[in-house]
Design a protein around this ligand. Structure first.
Ligand code: PLP
Length: 409
């Protein structure tokens, strides 16, 4: 069952930023894979926290410190349920997906990756899920292996068995590609990785807001995502890790909160998750991330998926026949992301003309340069949808795109 137009309208009322004109036209915001807009409940949660509660967490004996701690820890529990982790100690707050991946690279990675080991990535990873591993591989003398991507923008599945071997210590892949929208068959890869004794990290930055995530069912070792791509504040993110792995990992950043006791002779470290949360976090942001989870959970996953797939189908049908237009990522299994190029026109020029008509899309390499090198193009124009995107907006986008192409040809 999809979300009814009336419900979409009431959802849109919760997003003040959507109700404005850009360049004299109603804003059509189709850059949701970069960041989603925020509902009033999230904005008001930030405001409410600073107006009524602001205090540092975990350490204070006073009322406000206690309140702030309870609110902060409530979000940890909400995130635990959201991704079905076994316990809230397996949820570590970070500043985003990039931060979460770097944490794993600098702790689990530095402890477990040795010279000659292999780290398996895919050709459609975001730079955030490439560079931290390259830095680690360089330091340790390990090598990076890459799952190739087909013309349709899917993993070349038949290559996986030969890429996984006893030297593979870690597999790190996204669940959904930010550049193509492909939903990758991570469950199969998780099983295969475990069968050869490797650990696996899932970059869920582009999936958590679009379909249900169940870390116990997936049985992944680590899972990372950003608050700002799921209607929450920027500067918030999550690292999920299995307890036994997190406990065995050394801390990364040293400072307050992550310690049990400090002396110049010997410092001992706090329990998880606090061992990985040095310093004062984005308290207001984490609390507001809880409001973002509540916002998502007001809808059912089947409604969200049905709505976003209808938009994807609608937009794909309308633009795929345009002269010289090529869609990158034509998998049958996609979220609401359309990446495309038009022969003879630079993506940036299309993006600029769309913006003049009020349509916000992303152009460029979307932090996936290796992927575009594989396709032999500098990048793409990317339109990406969210729960508040309407069919009327797809019509406006298609009309604006037609106009832009005819002006540029
Ligand atoms: N991974 C994927 C698949 C992404 O789409 C992004 C952001 O676009 C990231 C990682 C990095 O997320 P952040 O910049 O929030 O750390």
């Amino acid at each position: 069952m999809t979300i009814s137009p009336a419900d979409i309208e009431s959802i849109r009322k919760k997003f003040p930023v959507l109700h404005q004109k850009v360049n004299g036209r109603p804003l059509v915001y189709l850059d949701n894979a970069a960041t989603t807009q925020k509902p009033l409940s999230v904005i008001e949660s930030l405001d409410h926290y600073y107006k009524t509660t602001n205090a540092n967490i975990h350490r204070g004996a006073h009322h406000l410190a206690h309140q702030a701690t309870v609110m902060f820890e409530n979000t940890r529990e909400k995130i635990r349920t959201f991704i079905n982790a076994r316990e809230s100690a397996e949820i570590i707050f970070t500043s985003g997906t990039t931060d979460s991946i770097n944490l794993v690279a600098q702790t689990w990675g530095r402890m477990n990756i040795q010279a000659g080991d292999e780290i398996l990535l895919s050709h459609m990873e975001h730079h955030s899920n490439i560079v931290p591993w390259q830095m680690l591989a360089e330091e340790k003398g390990a090598t990076i292996q890459v799952i190739p991507v087909t013309e349709q923008g899917e993993w070349q599945i038949e290559m996986i068995d030969s890429l996984l071997n006893k030297k593979t210590k870690l597999v790190a892949v996204n669940h959904v590609s930010n550049a193509l929208g492909t939903i990758n068959p991570v469950a199969t890869l998780i099983e295969k990785a475990h069968a050869i004794g490797a650990k696996i990290l899932i970059d869920a930055a582009q999936s958590v807001a679009h379909f249900a995530t169940d870390v116990q069912k997936l049985n992944c070792d680590f899972l990372c995502f950003s608050g700002h791509k799921m209607y929450g504040p920027t500067g918030t993110g999550v690292l999920y890790g299995k307890r036994e792995l997190l406990e065995a990992m050394p801390p990364w950043r040293g400072g307050g909160e992550m310690i049990k006791s400090v002396s110049f002779e010997k410092t001992t470290y706090n329990e998880i998750p606090h061992k990985f949360e040095a310093g004062t976090p984005h308290i207001a942001g984490v609390i507001a991330l809880g409001a973002a989870v509540d916002f998502i959970q007001e809808m059912s996953w089947s409604e969200i998926e049905a709505h976003e797939s209808e938009l994807l189908l609608d937009a794909t049908e309308q633009i795929q026949t345009m002269d010289g237009l090529r869609i990158f990522g034509t998998s049958a299994n996609k979220t609401g992301v359309i990446s495309f190029g038009v022969e003879g026109i630079h993506p940036y020029d299309i993006g600029t003309l769309l913006d003049k008509q009020g349509v916000a899309v992303r152009t460029g390499h979307h932090c996936t340069e290796p992927l575009w090198n594989r396709f032999g193009v500098p990048g793409s124009v990317r339109a990406s949808f969210a729960v508040y995107t309407t069919k009327d907006e797809i019509e406006l986008f298609v009309a604006a795109l037609n106009k832009s192409i005819s002006m540029l040809k």
